[in-house]
Design a protein around this ligand. Structure first.
Ligand code: ADQ
Length: 461
């Protein structure tokens, strides 16, 4: 029996990971967890999720003031539910099918089974009239199953990735089940207004939802009201700003800049190594920049930091090869013993190292082909301690709707992107400050705490 709570967070992963050497749990880094921990502790809530290890289901435990309830996943389910349906069907489909999604019934069934298991764990945990807040594409069936098990509870859902246009979503053989699952929620929140519109179109067309006249932003489904919300996620802006002011971080930013000399401008890319992030297109644009404007380009170094991700999935292994081949090509064609155009690191960086890189960078390149939000863009802005620095941002990142003063680009237009790089590294201080100033204000005002408050207010009103 799970300990009962009035408030339950539900996500594929628990916000902790196991440090086996030290024989203890460690809270996962990141703004989302920092924003949600105080909410959970204040409400004596619980977090339901998987521990990160197959066939591992320790009994519920407390950590950092949070009550954690593990849900087990077998090694077989990790193959079919997680790597298969989540990351080989939903992930590419929801990111505008930039890789071909694979549709397999033997992946769909485990997706249903795992979602049902999560819903049962929530139903067992929630007190009468309690609230569940479900996260992301791995758990889209949970609201519907939970609604059948516990009709009286309040259910919120937040999708971290884009919801695709209805013409693409229509390909999903299980589209109606997924929509019915999501429509079990009281409030369904998305990163962008476009995703809200896409979901509404799909729900009207394929799930029989209707739009009650005169009530904008709402749907009616099986006699219930479902509210749709635009709630762009953000970062813990204070944490980045204060780290960027620490002497040790300022020192390592200066050392980083020293190392790129004689070049004067540091361009930076920071991404999970995912094909949605457009690292290969970015590199090809840098290559074009060197070919077209050799003198200006030689005054720059691109530092590309890539964090390993989903290495078991074939498209990710291919993307890594593609990226590394391009880095080698550019350095081979345009470098010499005293100059390396692209410095590439394939590893996870510590928080302060990351902030030092943000602080050192003159130009930040965030050029995904599709992205729910992209926190890196906001982290860079939050780490600026003055109005210098420039953000080049893909119009296909959710963040582009808010960060309008960034240099917005179509990352597939390699010539256009190469010209933007030239502009970005030669722009006057005043012109770049007039872009950075409002961007800093936006990120400071709408941080991750404001995001979580907005979501919860909508859920509890
Ligand atoms: P992600 O696809 O993981 O998130 P993003 O929002 O950019 O994408 O977050 C990546 C995180 O990884 C950032 O916090 C960044 O600092 C960190 N990171 C990247 N490279 C790193 C490195 N080398 N070392 C250390 N840290 C590194 C999904 C969606 C996004 C959405 C978020 C949150 O795909 O669109 O913004 O969820 O909702």
């Amino acid at each position: 029996m799970n300990p009962a709570s009035d408030f339950v967070m539900v996500a594929n992963r628990l916000p902790v990971s196991r440090d086996d050497e030290a024989d203890r749990w460690v809270t996962s880094p990141g703004g989302l967890v920092s924003a949600l921990v105080p909410i959970l502790t204040a409400r004596e809530g619980a977090w339901i999720g998987w521990t990160g290890a197959p066939d591992d289901a320790p009994p519920p435990f407390e950590h950092d003031g949070m009550r954690l309830i593990p849900v087990p996943l077998t090694a077989e389910e990790l193959e079919s539910y997680y790597l298969g349906f989540c990351n080989n069907t939903l992930w590419p489909l929801y990111h505008n099918a930039i890789r071909t999604p694979a549709y397999h019934r033997h992946w769909w069934r485990p997706y249903q089974a795992v979602n049902a298991r999560f819903a049962e764990a929530v139903a067992e945990t929630l007190n009468p009239g309690g609230t569940a807040w479900v996260h992301d594409y791995q758990l889209q069936l949970v609201p519907g199953s939970l609604r059948s098990l516990r009709p009286e509870v309040t259910i919120g859902f937040f999708l971290h990735i884009p919801f695709p246009p209805v013409e693409l979503f229509a390909y999903l053989p299980w589209r109606t089940s997924v929509l019915r699952g999501l429509l079990g929620s009281d409030v369904l929140a998305f990163q962008t207004e476009q995703s809200v519109t896409n979901f509404r179109d799909a729900a009207l067309r394929y799930a029989g939802a209707t739009e009650p006249p005169g009530r904008e932003g709402e749907l009616e489904f099986e006699g219930r009201r479902v509210r749709l919300q635009w709630a762009p996620i953000s970062v813990d802006a204070d944490a980045f700003e204060s780290a960027a002011g620490r002497p040790a971080v300022i020192d390592s930013a200066e050392r980083l800049r020293e190392r790129i000399r004689p070049a004067r401008k540091l361009m930076l890319g920071v991404d999970r190594l995912d094909y949605t992030k457009g690292i290969d297109h970015r590199l090809r644009a840098v290559q074009t920049f060197h070919e077209r404007h050799p003198e200006a380009a030689r005054d720059t170094v691109l530092l590309q930091l890539a964090v390993p991700s989903r290495e078991e999935v074939i498209q990710y292994a291919e993307q890594r090869e593609r990226v590394e081949r391009l880095v080698g090509q550019i350095n081979g064609e345009h470098g010499d013993p005293g100059y390396t155009p692209v410095v590439y690191m394939y590893r996870h960086l510590g928080f302060e190292e990351l902030v030092a890189a943000y602080l050192a960078a003159d130009v930040m390149l965030v050029t995904p082909l599709a992205d729910g939000m992209n926190l890196v863009a906001k982290e860079y802005i939050a780490s600026r301690t003055s109005d210098d620095g420039l953000l080049v941002l893909s119009e296909f990142a959710g963040a582009a709707a808010e960060l309008k003063e960034a240099l917005l680009v179509n990352p597939l237009d390699l010539d256009g992107l190469a010209e933007t790089l030239l502009y970005a590294v030669t722009i006057s201080r005043e012109a770049s400050a007039s872009r950075m100033r409002p961007l800093r204000q936006t990120v400071r005002e709408y941080d991750v705490y404001r995001w979580s408050r907005n979501c919860l207010e909508a859920l509890e009103s």
